[in-house]
Design a binder for this molecule. Structure first.
Ligand SMILES: *Cc1c(COP(=O)(O)O)cnc(C)c1O
Length: 366
């Protein structure tokens, strides 16, 4: 065996497994496995995407300038401190590549987003987890897990797949307890869904120092997962680093156009937020009536649901039953939560189908 050998750590990566998207033999399927938007993207975003089709011979704006201006305006942030990426996943990976390497530790919480260990291992760094309390990030546990080797701490707030978040005060306490040379990455992929007063997406921590980054995505509330678009708000020196390591044309022209149109269609975003609020609450209430547990206070466009440890009623049984009815949800064994499923909030019809099917599955037909 004398072929090319990948760098240390690469073959330790368990490849990310996305949600299923088809069931053999069934035409009509309901896909609630990847936190994709229930209502689809803004029609204006789709129109902007289509319009680019005639001009695909042109390279995109390599600096994503117009989109960064639009984000800056919408969020009240300096566009010079924004870097766009092909999904926020790209930015998480670039941050790992730029700030961690072999021998370094990348810290995240127990049920944190699975892209963190993947990004860490891909640069030869060691992923380290800190335990959660009540399926919620635990600031004291995270701080206790810091070592001399810690270089990056990733925190998804709210977190996927638990749906829970820590308030702004806790996020600030986390930053305050970290060494200045540890990069804190606040992954706020679901920020637009959260209306709670004690929540912050973390941008103020970026402004307060030179060691915190906030990442955001167009894949969730803007429902543009297929376009691959995300952004990071960074201290100037970190934005400079990301601009050096990213590809010169890392974001496609159709993604830039669709993203800007989606961002500026506030009435669509409001409609999506409202839809999510109504059906998240409805679904949670119905799950509780069925006797199933879901983390209290979960925000985001999905719910983690725990099933009994009882033959015929387990999460795996429920998933198989839903599959047989054409409903795809996400198994959580990869996250160390084999007794749970994650259900994305879909349309009203889809949520009623999920609940009806679960009621049947549990034998609670009235
Ligand atoms: C969906 C998600 C992302 C990002 O997705 P992209 O599609 O790569 O922008 C990042 N973090 C969390 C926690 C997510 O759930």
């Amino acid at each position: 065996m004398s072929g090319p050998k990948p760098q240390p750590g690469i073959l330790d990566i368990a490849p990310y497994v996305g949600g299923e998207s088809s069931i053999p033999g069934l035409d009509r399927i309901i896909k609630l496995a990847s936190n994709e938007g229930a209502l689809g993207p803004s029609p204006k975003a789709s129109a902007a995407y289509r319009e680019i089709a005639e001009n695909l011979h042109r390279y995109p704006d390599g600096g994503s300038s117009a989109l960064r201006q639009a984000i800056g305006k919408q969020e009240g942030l300096d566009p010079e401190q924004i870097v766009c990426g092909a999904g926020s996943d790209e930015l998480l990976s670039l941050l790992c590549a730029a700030y961690a390497g072999p021998g370094d530790e990348v810290l995240y919480s127990q049920y944190g987003f699975l892209m963190y260990p993947i990004s860490a291992k891909s640069v030869g760094a060691t992923p380290v987890t800190a335990p959660e309390t009540d399926l919620t990030s635990d600031v004291d546990a995270l701080l206790a897990a810091v070592t001399d080797k810690t270089r990056i701490l990733f925190i998804a707030n709210p977190n996927n797949p638990t749906g829970t978040y820590i308030p702004a005060s806790e996020l600030s306490r986390l930053r305050g307890g970290l060494r200045d040379n540890i990069l804190l990455v606040v992954d706020a992929a679901y920020a637009e869904f959260v209306e709670n007063d004690d929540y912050s997406n973390g941008h103020e921590l970026v402004d307060l120092g030179d060691n915190t980054v906030m990442t955001r995505t167009f894949s969730k509330i803007f429902a543009l997962g297929g376009a691959r678009l995300g952004w990071a708000y960074c201290p100037p020196a970190i934005a400079d680093v990301l601009n050096r390591v990213r590809g010169p044309f890392n974001v496609t022209a159709p993604a830039l156009a669709a993203g800007q149109a989606a961002l500026e269609d506030n009435s669509w975003t409001d409609k999506v937020r409202q839809h999510n609020k109504v059906w998240l609450n409805w679904t949670r209430d119905e799950l509780v009536k069925l006797g199933l547990w879901t983390p209290p206070g979960g925000v985001g466009n999905f719910l983690l649901v725990r099933f009994p440890d009882e033959a015929g009623r387990t999460a795996a049984d429920a998933s198989a039953y839903l599959m047989s009815k054409g409903v795809i949800v996400r198994g959580m064994a990869g996250y160390g939560l084999p007794d749970c499923l994650r259900v994305t909030i879909g349309t009203e019809e889809e949520m009623r189908m999920v609940i009806d099917n679960l009621r049947e599955f549990l034998g609670q037909n009235s």
